[in-house]
Design a binder for this molecule. Structure first.
Ligand SMILES: [Zn+2]
Length: 281
């Protein structure tokens, strides 16, 4: 079973040994010795901040989420690689006529060029995976080496949204391979690193394998809850606070990926993932 690395922390001096100071700037308790009384009710947030009470937790979460809720969306990165159709043409996998047919189909259906070519019977899923891997400069992952159970590290809703799959854990749990089938999402990778405290490595697998594994994954979604994201950061912070209290959690990890909020609550016995999803456009 994969275990998260234990964080070292510096031992503070004198009475501060008994209680860390609250990270919320507007905290009514602050760093005074009465903080000792709040020790039992506090929360660690992302392992760095200690919040002395549910109220400070909620206020701190709201502040943290503000930037993500009201920021303008970042523009799509510019394409820097050769389009898939041209790459398959250059490799001699498809002909001019086949590319033209696929482009016509893409115009009508709005689907990706890869899936149009695949439906026309011009290419295999392995051909597509190979091109995606070249476009993104990462390896094609051998499907027979997918580790069962790896997919449980990330909530299903995020796996489906980013069409990704954790496939292999190496270096004693410090590096996790994440497979995609049509494009690599780096912001999703960064949030997985923050949440699991490990490094990630992007790779590509053919689409049918990814879909098959996600189908299996649907059989076990215990310990994860996905809800629509509330409109305000205040409301979202309130829900997180309430889950933290209900689950008796003493530590929470939080990250935001494209406005989707992923919170993980650690209680004595287990952990719970809560995902707030932004409605798809
Ligand atoms: Zn406080």
């Amino acid at each position: 079973m994969y275990r998260l690395p234990i964080k070292d922390w510096k031992r503070p001096l004198a009475w501060k040994q008994l209680v860390p100071s609250c990270s919320h700037t507007g905290c009514p308790i602050g760093t005074s010795w009465t903080g000792v009384l709040h020790r039992a009710t506090g929360f660690w947030l992302n392992e760095r901040e200690w919040l002395c009470s549910p109220r400070c937790l909620e206020a701190s979460l709201e502040e943290r989420l503000n930037g993500h809720f009201y920021a303008s969306p970042s523009p799509e990165p510019m394409r820097t690689t050769m389009p898939m159709g041209l790459m398959l043409l250059a490799r001699g996998v498809i002909s001019d006529a086949q590319l033209r047919d696929a482009l016509d189909m893409k115009r009508v259906s709005g689907d990706r060029i890869g899936s149009c070519l695949q439906r026309l019977g011009c290419v295999s899923f392995e051909d597509i995976a190979s091109v995606v891997a070249t476009q993104w400069g990462c390896p094609v992952f051998p499907v027979e080496s997918v580790q069962p159970g790896c997919s449980l590290f990330v909530p299903l809703s995020l796996l489906e949204r980013y069409r990704m799959l954790p496939v292999h854990l190496v270096s004693q749990g410090r590096r996790l391979f994440i497979a995609f089938c049509d494009k690599i999402d780096h912001s999703a990778l960064i949030s997985i690193e923050q949440m699991l405290g490990c490094e990630t490595e992007a790779c590509v697998i053919p689409e049918p394998k990814l879909l098959q594994e996600l189908e299996y994954r649907k059989r076990d979604t215990t310990g994860e809850v996905t809800v629509r994201r509330p409109d305000t950061s205040g409301e979202t912070a309130r829900v997180i606070r309430s889950y933290a209290q209900q689950t008796g959690s003493s530590a929470i990890r939080l990250c935001v990926v494209d406005g989707n909020v992923w919170a993980r609550f650690f209680s004595r016995r287990s952990h719970l993932d809560l995902v707030f999803e932004v409605a798809s456009t």
